[in-house]
Design a protein around this ligand. Structure first.
Ligand code: NAD
Ligand code: DAU
Length: 380
């Protein structure tokens, strides 16, 4: 008989979570996959239309802060694995409303940990065969300096993989050993949750794993984040609000590669370890924005680059981290994972997906979200 697991994936209706749910449901027909999500503004079951009727998939609407409900779910479903992605995830929202971030990201994670601890410790085998896998971010490490930002071009035109042609805007990287130094309320709340996860291993022996990933891009990302927001604005010829001078650097990974890493680490990662996940793919915001504009223009049959004048420099994000760059050598060396997509391919696929799925975008950008967005950028 095939090996069976009962796994809860929290935040499975969100951007990355939906890719993880899809991968697990498709790849492991013998597993029982439960997508636990509160369906906040960022949760959208339309992200999972293609797999919602599968016999190995179930959706449960629940707040991760609801300890009693989660404890009961653990018992009823005999949960032996938790992959925890549910979170408030947008830095700009955290600057406006830090409380929600502390409640969901810190208290919600603690609530899951405590319920898992009580349930697993009540079993004869206790923690054997169990796993609490917490998905974190590179932002907890703080910001890196930009020591050689001038005169180098992004590797976009190369045909080799971006890791072979890695372009670094500084000498340093985030390693698994880098000291935590979060700056935004979002990253502070993620750091707090990471500390609780590690504390549950060190104190109670819970089999935990933490991974810290760089910026993801791809289909189903909520259009408050840079890439989908800008694709949609270019399509509708709306201004593109570039924070500060657009010089900040982010390290971009295609979301399906993150999901593949989560699969590998959930199954083969070592308990109590931390793994960094990233594609060695650094870009200045303004460079990536220009690539997105050209790609949208070309795919819409417009003159390539004709929408460059939508670029609108606005007031910088408060405490805007200068540069993120992940060193994922440990994951590549120890578990054999590496990014599968070249950036050129990934961004083409991503832009095409948003342009082909306008209905998905329209459903999100109407109504409440639209109002939030208008309030947010009023005066910029
Ligand atoms: P997202 O905002 O798209 O999705 C978050 C999901 O969590 C949504 O479905 C939402 O409904 C759900 N959720 C929020 N609060 C909840 C609660 N109290 N109870 C239950 N569900 C709740 O986020 P994302 O970009 O997919 O990020 C997923 C995880 O990955 C987060 O933990 C984030 O910190 C981490 N991460 C994201 C990135 C990135 O680039 N997006 C990079 C590294 C790590
Ligand atoms: O690094 C991983 C993190 O990446 C995740 O932990 C977060 O959940 C995720 O939201 C993302 O955080 P960022 O703040 O880097 O992503 P965002 O898409 O909001 O912004 C990317 C860069 O673009 C950042 O430097 C800010 C800038 N930006 C963003 C928006 C939304 C703009 O210039 N204008 C914009 O309108």
């Amino acid at each position: 008989m095939a090996f069976k697991r009962n796994i809860v994936i929290t935040g499975g209706a969100g951007f990355i979570g939906s890719h993880v749910v899809r991968l697990f449901v498709n790849k492991y027909p013998d597993y029982n996959i439960i997508n636990l999500d509160k369906l906040t503004y960022a949760g959208n079951l339309a992200n999972l239309k293609d797999i919602e009727d599968r016999p190995n998939y179930k959706f449960v609407r629940m707040d991760i802060c609801n300890f009693d409900a989660f404890y009961k779910l653990m018992q009823d479903e005999k949960i032996d694995g938790i992959i925890h992605l549910a979170a408030e995830s947008h830095v700009d929202r955290s600057i406006k409303d830090p409380f929600t971030f502390a409640i969901t990201n810190v208290m919600g994670t603690l609530s899951l940990l405590q319920a898992a601890k009580l349930y697993w410790e009540s079993l004869p085998e206790k923690y054997e065969g169990k796993r609490f896998y917490h998905i974190s971010t590179d932002e907890v490490y703080g910001a890196l300096s930009m020591t050689h930002p001038e005169g180098i071009e992004p590797p976009f035109s190369t045909t080799a993989s971006s890791s072979e042609h890695h372009l670094a805007y500084g000498e340093d990287f985030f390693y698994e050993t880098t000291k935590y130094n979060p700056h935004s309320p979002y990253s502070a709340s993620k750091a707090g949750s990471d500390h609780f996860v590690r504390a549950f291993h060190d104190t109670y022996g819970m089999p935990t794993i933490v991974t810290n990933c760089s910026n993801n891009y791809g289909p189903y990302q909520f259009p408050e984040k840079l890439i989908p927001l800008f694709i949609n604005n270019i399509r509708h010829r709306k201004p593109l609000p570039v924070y500060g001078k657009g010089e900040n650097v982010r390290d971009w990974l295609f979301v399906e590669d993150h999901a593949r890493a989560i699969d590998v680490i959930f199954h083969n990662g070592k308990v109590a370890e931390t793994y960094n996940i990233g594609g060695f793919n650094e870009w200045k915001n303004i460079d990536i924005i220009k690539v997105v504009i050209k790609t949208v223009d070309r795919l819409l049959g417009r003159k390539e680059g004709e929408d460059m004048d939508l670029i609108t420099y606005v007031t910088d994000r408060l405490g805007h981290d200068a540069r993120y760059a992940i060193d994922s050598t440990k994951l590549q060396r120890e578990l054999g994972w590496e990014p599968s997509l070249q950036f050129e391919e990934g961004i083409e696929k991503t832009v095409k997906w948003y342009l082909d799925n306008q209905e998905w975008m329209d459903n999100i950008t109407s109504g409440e979200y639209e109002k939030y967005y208008e309030d947010m950028y009023k005066g910029k």
